[in-house]
Design a protein around this ligand. Structure first.
Ligand SMILES: NC(=O)c1ccc[n+]([C@@H]2O[C@H](COP(=O)([O-])OP(=O)(O)OC[C@H]3O[C@@H](n4cnc5c(N)ncnc54)[C@H](O)[C@@H]3O)[C@@H](O)[C@H]2O)c1
Ligand SMILES: [Zn+2]
Ligand SMILES: [Zn+2]
Length: 398
């Protein structure tokens, strides 16, 4: 097919994305043959807070990068070595690219696959430093290692009925869930979730699914806090000048929680009246302060090795003012890194299909057309309580 047979969302420098003609995908990445891959017609592909770090110019992402790592699609072509996935299947793509063959993949750590990124362990579609895999905010995309990676939905009609929930399986639902699992959330836990963006809301819904007694979500954006309240969370507005223990005590009657999740990352704002300023270690320090001694903090929020937009020289190279001594004194554990999305996809799919969770409405899934991507990025950046779902082929009538 000619190159104009595909269109995608392209990063064009800080603050700018554009929908452009891009090459139709091949079963290859440069010289690397991908006969184990498939071509997908993209049905839904979500905009993520992780994309925003790049679009805000806070990473070393090159101009011209085709964005998009949250991909759900229909298989239209299978490579020679694909045995089990079939043309016509509707599938969820875990956002990590993983070979299924290296030692890390073989023990389930698909977020640090050794064979998909020459620079470092771990790959992803459409992301800086993640191996050069072409992004899926596009009409068509290639997914390698299809038999290993893809989650095939059991029934296509049912999948389309629940697509606004199922589309969250590519990243944010597993990511929120992993944040809670690694924080040690159990039935009866009290939990603090920092951040009421889509990942924070997905973590809050996950904590409920895991049986938490009380889920408290903190943010500075009132519409996002209201969204958290809409499905039964307690909230704290961090624009107040109260201390974190005081804010937690105002909800629970005690100044600490059993478990905490950082769903913010390095672009964190200060608490209190200074909330328009950034302080990259705020959430790490706040969660250490309020989590029980011996407790765990799950950290899906993203931290970078290089931040060209940081306000201090240290932070430009990823060195943050973290109160690590406090964490040591309280014998705390921290769990960081990309989520191995595949690890949770099947069980979370079942929770959706059997209506044990309503993740699409928890994060306020909002379909828009591919042509509206630029507006979607801008609205998301302004802090609306929405998770934008691009619909490149108009299958959702958006
Ligand atoms: N680990 C992974 O695999 C993975 C996957 C997906 C996303 N992420 C990361 O998770 C983070 C959240 O993603 P998102 O899509 O929800 O992003 P988002 O930018 O929409 O949400 C972040 C929210 O944090 C709030 N916030 C800022 N400072 C805060 C503070 N001090 N305390 C509490 N809240 C504060 C912001 O107001 C915003 O609402 C991002 O860093 C993203 O890159 C990681
Ligand atoms: Zn994402
Ligand atoms: Zn691997």
């Amino acid at each position: 097919m000619a190159s104009a047979d595909n269109r995608g969302v392209v990063y064009r420098g800080a603050g700018t994305v554009a929908v452009e003609d891009i090459a139709f995908p091949e079963l290859a990445l440069g010289n690397r043959k991908c006969e184990h891959g498939v071509i997908l017609k993209v049905l839904t592909t979500n905009i993520c807070g992780s994309d925003q770090h790049m679009v805000r110019g806070r990473t070393t992402a090159p101009e011209g990068l085709v964005l998009g790592h949250e991909i759900t699609g229909e298989v239209i072509e299978c490579g020679r070595d694909v045995e089990f996935v079939k043309q016509g299947d509707i599938v969820s793509v875990p956002f990590n690219v993983a070979c299924g063959r290296c030692r890390n993949c073989r023990r389930g750590d698909t977020h640090i696959c050794l064979n998909v990124n020459p620079e470092r362990p771990g790959g992803a579609y459409g992301y800086v430093d993640m191996g050069g895999w072409v992004g899926g905010q596009a009409e068509y995309v290639m997914v390698p290692y299809a038999d290993f990676q893809l989650l095939v939905f059991p029934d296509n009609d049912q999948a389309m009925e629940k697509i606004l929930d199922l589309t969250m399986l590519t990243d944010i639902f597993p990511t929120g869930f992993h944040g809670c699992v690694t924080a040690g959330v159990q039935p009866g836990s009290t939990v603090y979730i920092a951040g009421a963006g889509p990942v924070g809301l997905a973590a809050a819904a996950s904590a409920q699914l895991l049986g938490a007694a009380c889920v408290i979500v903190g943010d500075m954006k009132p519409p996002r806090l209201e969204q958290a309240q809409s499905f039964g969370c307690e909230t704290i507005d961090l624009r107040q000048d109260a201390s974190m223990p005081e804010l937690i005590e105002s909800v629970l009657g005690v100044p600490e929680v059993d478990a905490a999740v950082d769903a913010v990352g390095f672009e964190a704002s200060c608490h209190g009246h200074n909330h328009s300023h950034e302080q990259p270690a705020t959430v790490l320090n706040a969660t250490m302060e309020i989590t029980q001694a011996g407790g765990r903090v799950g950290i899906p929020g993203l931290y970078v090795t290089e931040d060209p937009g940081a306000s201090s020289e240290d932070a430009r190279h990823g060195n943050l003012s973290m109160k690590f001594g406090l964490g040591w004194a309280k014998a705390m554990s921290f769990h960081t890194g990309q989520t191995p999305a595949m690890r949770y996809q099947r069980q979370l799919m079942q929770a959706i299909l059997h209506e044990k969770t309503h993740i699409g409405s928890a994060v306020n899934a909002t379909p828009i057309s591919l042509d509206e991507a630029s507006r979607g990025y801008a609205d998301f950046d302004s802090g609306v309580a929405r998770k934008f779902v691009l619909d490149p082929h108009g299958v959702l009538n958006s």
